[in-house]
Design a protein around this ligand. Structure first.
Ligand code: PEP
Length: 252
């Protein structure tokens, strides 16, 4: 089975409901310019999901959420459940983004709980991993990625793992304009694929798309996406302009 190419836009804490609807419409209008084989995904904030879902209905663009909580329901003020996301028309969910890890106490354990909860409800997890600059400089890139990956997938079956996407996002490249070189990204992602082989065997590891994320733009996307183990992108800043987002997808 060929690996899917998944280009996902993480809108982070940007866009009001009307602005999100406008941007989603622009993405849908341009979606036909991207190769048909590419899965296009956009992740607005929670409050925009239901309105954006209406815009995406019948289009080739899928809806993602930026997080979820691992419990079914109850006294968890401020949190959103998997069932709520499903009811809003969400297909993918970003889990373990470095901003969640850095600012909101996300750990390998909470990532693991969220991945399992998403899969239980039929949501497709986009599992984010990646090293800090200090960790790269200390030669710990592979060790960090292995720890985060094994933490995220602990107790997840091969059949479920096949439904997931991994996003390799070197933290020093996120929102900094400092993109990893194609060699740095390919090297890290080949190692990540090797860890997936250790966990699930080569047949499953070959199916799981591994995205690159970190200052991806239309002018650097093609080189990155041409690499053997780069199967798409998780895009922050550039996803806030339909032209740039689709421009990146065109590089696939
Ligand atoms: C991200 O936050 O997932 C990301 C990759 O951001 P940016 O593209 O802005 O670096």
């Amino acid at each position: 089975m060929a690996r899917r190419i998944v280009i996902a836009g993480n809108w982070k804490m940007n866009k009001t409901v009307s602005e999100a609807v406008e941007l989603a419409k622009a993405v849908v209008a341009k979606a036909g310019e991207a190769p048909a084989s590419v899965d296009l995904v956009i992740a607005p904030t929670f409050v925009c999901l239901t309105e954006v879902a209406k815009v995406l209905a019948g289009s080739r663009v899928s809806l993602a959420a930026q997080d979820l909580h691992w419990e079914e329901s109850g006294a968890f003020t401020g949190k959103i459940s998997a069932a709520m996301l499903v009811s809003a028309g969400v297909k993918y969910v970003i889990i373990g983004h470095s901003e969640q890890r850095q600012f909101f106490g996300e750990t390998d354990e909470t990532v693991n709980k969220k991945v399992k909860q998403a899969l239980k409800h039929g949501l497709l997890p986009i599992v984010c991993i990646g090293e800090l600059l200090a960790e790269r400089e200390a030669g710990q890139t592979d060790a960090i990625n292995e720890r985060q990956l094994k933490g995220a997938y602990a107790g997840v079956s091969a059949d479920d793992a096949k439904k997931s996407v991994v996003a390799y996002e070197p933290v020093w490249a996120i929102g900094t304009g400092k993109v990893a070189t194609t060699e740095q990204a390919q090297e890290a992602q080949a190692f990540i694929r090797k860890v997936l082989v250790d966990l699930y065997g080569s047949e499953v590891a070959e199916i799981i798309p591994i995205q690159y994320g970190g200052s991806m733009k239309p002018d650097n996307a093609q080189g990155l996406l041409a690499q053997k183990d780069i199967d798409g992108g998780l895009i922050g800043g550039a996803a806030l302009k339909a032209e740039d987002f689709i421009g990146i997808a065109k590089g696939a």
